[in-house]
Design a protein around this ligand. Structure first.
Ligand code: GLV
Ligand code: GLV
Length: 317
């Protein structure tokens, strides 16, 4: 049997319903309360980032062989437990890289150039009575420090290069083939730049990585763009820093408690807020769906799925 979160159509279209019993679940909690006798039969699970797939949940599925996850981030899955229990985990990298990089650049421009404020100016009719006050800076007055330089980070850096914006980056180790300056220390980088674009995986190793000290180091012209995970930024510290003028502005696609966004952020003029839509175009979401299906299909055909995560490499196929 297979357990699917959300739409089953791509799986049915790919012939899975002939081969397997498909159990569909609609809310994240259904994974924890499948009818007795069913969980024991499940061999494959499809999940999204909304479904906390921790060890307590996974322990209920003794026969599960593969978790095919939608999205590139997999901080919702206990990868260590999966590795220890011979469960393969796959994600959907690559197909979303350019889309997420577009979102990052768009959010950066919308924040730095204050597009939301300007949009309100037109709608309110104020433009009819006075020209828009010319107060915004230029992208090229800025220096960007990327927090993370993986595939998506590199696609963002390419866009910034094309826009003539200086770029440096922080990551634990220098990224192969990247010529931009690497900072092993995030505080040192924050002191040297005025804009952070955060695109590093979530999970315990990056929790609250961008904290009050980093914001202090970034300084009063500071802009923070987050398209990674809400957990990477200390959200209360961010709110305090925006309020006090410790930093200037923020553009956020992700939040600590999605879909809840703190009212304080919603009431601020100097933030741009998106509902976690980094990869959300129809063409890219379809490609992600297809990769979720292809990974399951390959596995149950005895072949090697295309995109296993690093913690669960494929053995013997
Ligand atoms: C979405 O946030 C993803 O990880 O792809
Ligand atoms: C992060 O996972 C990236 O690909 O940049």
């Amino acid at each position: 049997d297979l357990l699917i979160y959300g739409p089953t159509k791509p799986l049915i279209n790919n012939g899975f319903s002939d081969q397997f019993v498909l159990h569909k679940y609609e809310t994240q909690h259904d994974l924890e309360r499948l009818p007795a006798g069913v969980a024991e039969k499940i061999r494959g699970i499809a999940v999204t980032g909304l479904v906390p797939t921790n060890s307590a949940v996974l322990a209920k599925y003794p026969k599960v062989e593969i978790i095919s996850s939608f999205g590139v981030g997999y901080d919702h899955i206990d990868a260590k437990y999966a590795a220890e229990n011979d469960i393969l985990v796959t994600n959907t990298p690559d197909v979303l890289t350019e889309e997420v990089a577009d979102t990052a650049l768009g959010l950066f421009i919308a924040t730095a150039r204050e597009f939301i404020k300007a949009d309100k100016y037109v709608r309110s009719g104020l433009w009819l009575t006075q020209p828009y006050p010319l107060t915004v800076g230029s992208l090229r007055d800025r220096k960007v420090g990327m927090v993370g330089m993986g595939r998506i980070g590199q696609a963002i850096a390419r866009r910034l290069d094309a826009s003539l914006v200086p770029v440096v980056y922080h990551s634990r180790n220098p990224a192969a083939g990247v010529s931009h300056k690497h900072y092993p220390n995030l505080i040192e980088m924050a002191k040297a730049v005025d804009t952070l674009i955060v695109i590093t995986p979530g999970g315990p190793s990056t929790a609250n990585l961008v904290n009050a000290e980093v914001m202090q180091a970034l300084g009063p012209r500071g802009i923070i763009i987050n398209i990674a995970r809400g957990s990477v930024i200390d959200e209360p510290a961010l709110i305090a820093a925006l309020k006090s003028g410790t930093i200037l502005a923020a553009g956020l696609d992700v939040f600590a408690q999605e879909p809840k966004v703190p009212d304080e952020l919603k009431s601020m003029q100097n933030v741009v807020l998106l509902p976690h839509v980094g990869s959300a175009s129809v063409v890219t979401r379809n490609a992600m769906d297809q990769l979720v299906v292809d990974n399951l299909k390959l596995w149950f055909a005895g072949k090697a799925p295309t995109t296993p995560i690093a913690e669960t490499p494929i053995k013997g196929r």
